[in-house]
Design a protein around this ligand. Sequence first.
Ligand SMILES: O=CN(O)CCNC(=O)c1cccc(Cl)c1Cl
Ligand code: NI
Length: 183
Amino acid sequence: MITMNDIVREGHPVLTKTAEEVQLPANETDRNTLMEMLQFLKNSQDEKVAEKYQLRPGVGIAAPQIGIPKRMMAVHFEDYEGKQYSDGYFNPKIISHSVEQTYLSTGEGCLSVDREVPGYVPRYARITVKAINLNGESIKLRLRGYAAIVFQHEIDHLNGVMFYDRINDINPFEAPENAKPCD
Ligand SMILES: O=CN(O)CCNC(=O)c1cccc(Cl)c1Cl
Ligand code: NI
């Protein structure tokens, strides 16, 4: 099982590189890895398991965070309307996005960053994502709000971008251009 020992921390080059496309159909190894990433998220949100293995909670995870430079990510969360997201994705790609932006007023955190980095992280308010899911199906997701933010945080990891790279250095809490907070 994936534990915090497997999580790569900032400073490791894998976190700032562009990850490679996964050869499809995904092989056994890549499928198992993605299933383990999804299981890690579920474990990290289970009070007993998280306590037992000292897991930090996560709503998403990207393969570079466990040292694998491949375009694979998993999510496990419920958005503000109660919609559930729980799946793994190969080669996710944002194929369109709104001009309008959004951000979490509480800022963002990252398993690969062992410190608080305060500030608003500007994200597209709405995105359309194409990907192959864990069952090998080609899917198209139209996401908004919290779900759009989480997917952008993970896809950033595949492109070597950390959330704090997007925080305004001069004024971290300056509301981003034409943006409404998502929470
Ligand atoms: O890349 C994934 N992680 O680092 C897992 C830990 N962070 C979170 O769960 C998290 C927390 C707040 C906002 C966002 Cl957008 C995310 Cl993603
Ligand atoms: Ni992260």
